[in-house]
Design a protein around this ligand. Structure first.
Ligand code: FES
Ligand code: MG
Length: 574
């Protein structure tokens, strides 16, 4: 146990020199009595609330519940507004800014008198960003997930975020949906504060955070507007103070076993492919080796147990009522798939926290004998088209496409795709392989979620709902289809995707884990010699910094200078 004099914040407040005096005068200016903060852990509340982020619109108020817990436990809470990365609104994609929020997180925790932190987020990139920064700062932290929104509703149907939007938009494009229906859908798809309630990137990553041991057990599935969410926030505030006294820093929780369990959890959830990039980046900050092949080998033995859209049928609210993540983890633990002896944020072991967890609905959280899919929801592909690897969420694809050869139809960037995809003159059949390039980390830029390329209207009208698609883009976790994603290296840096021409045969073979461009070596060498790198996207500003330091998808798309180990000194407050 630490004593008050050993608190990091003591270096700012506790001494006898001019600086300490100055810091104390400013605490009085803040309206604080000495007894309210001196000798108490300073708890930073990093809040990604913003008026423009509907997924976090309740976090402004929820921070008050966190503070309530911190005060109760004898801490001093300090709220910091940090960048919000709204998946819906921020362009070209919040992925461009994940590393910026991670830098902000790390530097705020480093530069202020902070002893521990509560991290509040959940909308897609906010979770990995906050956790990457916290891992680099290495203080005690607890993550408060924003929580999923309530189920969507339209007429007598239940709607899932993203998933049903894409589905009904395809119906619209196929001429099956009128203006009135569309207006109704507009009000029914997202009906409460909170993150997407399908198993998109948000719930995938908040579940991963809980599996890592960084949230209170059971936190990830609690709906954003449930009173249990208020109580969880207060309990997190209460607990972080204890974590400071126990010096339970994030590096003591984020072990190699913890990361393996997070991958296992993502796979059992049928989670978003984005988790591959984020978990690799997070592990990099923890100096723990984690690569694409770890995902593939775990995917071969972890069954998908969560029956949640887009891979399954239900939504996060159902998952919560069925027992939530603790219930799912207890099933995985019973299969021997988790490391239950490791410590989590509560200071107890994962196994202790899972003790007594129950599944209340076997159709939502399936037993091992009746899984949604026997294999994990993800496969890593390699071959001459993706020497650095690519991923596919094959459980969300039509099975007949998982072994498929077809002629490429190539698009150079999203604009080209938008312009030509519905052109009646486009030569394309259901067997064609749609290829999108210039959509990677540099080419996108920011690797936007363009990976679920739209099916041409003409084919939609014929009833086609899935085709093989290949790109260096990402795909929303709420999307589905035979979409090969994250092709590395990307076309922008001269990856083989840059050499594909319309008409080239491409072979996808998921059981064999291969992605092949069936064009002769000599021809490819000739094409490579003729290839010219595109103009840089940015000449100044954050974009230029990003372009100079971003790594490829198989490396987690972190900045090289953030991912590497090395000295980063604590500031001297004097
Ligand atoms: Fe925020 Fe989906 S848009 S979680
Ligand atoms: Mg998303």
């Amino acid at each position: 146990m630490k004593g008050p004099d050993e608190l990091r914040s003591h270096r700012w407040y506790g001494g006898g020199d001019l600086r300490d005096f100055s810091h104390r005068t400013r605490a009085r200016q803040l309206g604080l009595n000495p007894s309210e903060h001196l000798g108490k852990p300073v708890i930073a509340i990093l809040n990604t609330w913003s008026d423009i982020n509907p997924c976090h619109m309740h976090l402004r108020e929820r921070a008050e519940q966190v503070k309530r817990g911190v005060w109760q436990a004898g801490g001093y809470p300090v709220e910091f507004p940090v960048a919000t990365l709204s998946e819906t609104y921020q362009k070209p994609t919040p992925m461009l800014y994940r590393n910026l929020l991670s830098m902000e997180t790390e530097e705020i925790l480093r530069s202020y008198p902070v002893d521990g932190a509560v991290l509040m987020g959940g909308c897609d990139k906010t979770t990995p960003a906050l956790l990457m920064g916290a891992a680099s700062a290495d203080l005690p932290v607890i993550f408060v997930p924003a929580g999923p929104m309530l189920r969507g509703h339209w007429r007598d149907e239940v709607l899932g975020s993203g998933t049903d939007m894409w589905k009904y938009w395809d119906d619209r494009r196929a001429g099956l949906l009128g203006d009135r229906e569309l207006a109704e859908l507009e009000t029914g798809l997202a009906r409460s504060p909170g993150t997407c309630m399908t198993m998109g990137t948000a719930s995938t990553m908040t579940s991963a955070a809980e599996a890592l041991g960084l949230s209170l057990p059971g936190a990830a599935a609690i709906p954003a507007v449930d009173s249990a969410h208020h109580r969880m926030a207060a309990a997190a505030g209460l607990r972080i103070v204890g974590m400071v006294w126990e010096d339970l820093r994030i590096s003591r929780i984020l072990s190699a076993e913890a990361y393996a369990d997070a991958v296992t959890t993502v796979l059992a959830l049928g989670g978003s492919t984005n988790a591959v990039i984020h978990l690799i980046a997070m592990a990099g900050r923890s100096a723990i080796p984690l690569g694409l092949d770890d995902f593939d080998s775990l995917a071969r033995r972890v069954p998908v147990l969560a029956n949640i859209r887009p891979g399954g049928e239900y939504l996060m609210e159902d998952f919560y009522y069925a027992g939530g993540l603790r219930a799912l983890l207890s099933r995985l633990a019973a299969l021997g798939l988790l490391h239950t002896g490791r410590v989590v944020a509560t200071g107890r072991t994962l196994g202790e926290e899972l003790d007594g967890a129950r599944v209340h609905n076997d159709d939502v959280i399936r037993p091992a004998g009746k899984p949604v899919a026997a294999e994990g929801g993800l496969a890593v592909l390699r071959g001459n088209l993706a020497p650095g690897g690519a991923v596919i969420k094959h459980i969300a694809a039509e099975p007949h496409l998982l072994r498929h050869t077809g002629p490429a139809v190539v698009f150079d960037g999203y604009r080209d795709l938008k312009r030509r995809i519905d052109d009646p003159a486009l030569e394309i059949t259901a067997d064609s392989v749609l290829v999108l390039r210039e959509a990677g980390p540099l080419g996108g830029p920011g690797m936007p979620e363009y990976g679920m390329l739209p099916i041409p209207e003409r084919l939609l009208a014929q009833g086609v709902r899935d085709m093989v698609r290949v790109s260096d883009a990402r795909m929303s976790g709420t999307s589905y289809g035979a979409c090969v994603l994250h092709v590395a290296p990307e076309s922008f840096v001269g990856g083989p995707l840059a050499l594909v021409r319309t008409g080239d045969p491409i072979t996808l073979d998921v059981p064999a884990r291969t992605l092949r461009l069936d064009v002769g070596e000599t021809e490819l060498r000739w094409r490579r010699a003729a290839w010219r790198p595109p103009e840089p996207r940015y000449e100044r500003g954050y974009g230029a910094l990003y372009a100079a330091h971003i790594t490829q998808a198989d490396q987690g798309c972190d900045f090289d200078f953030l991912a590497r180990p090395g000295v980063n000194p604590e500031p001297d407050p004097h």
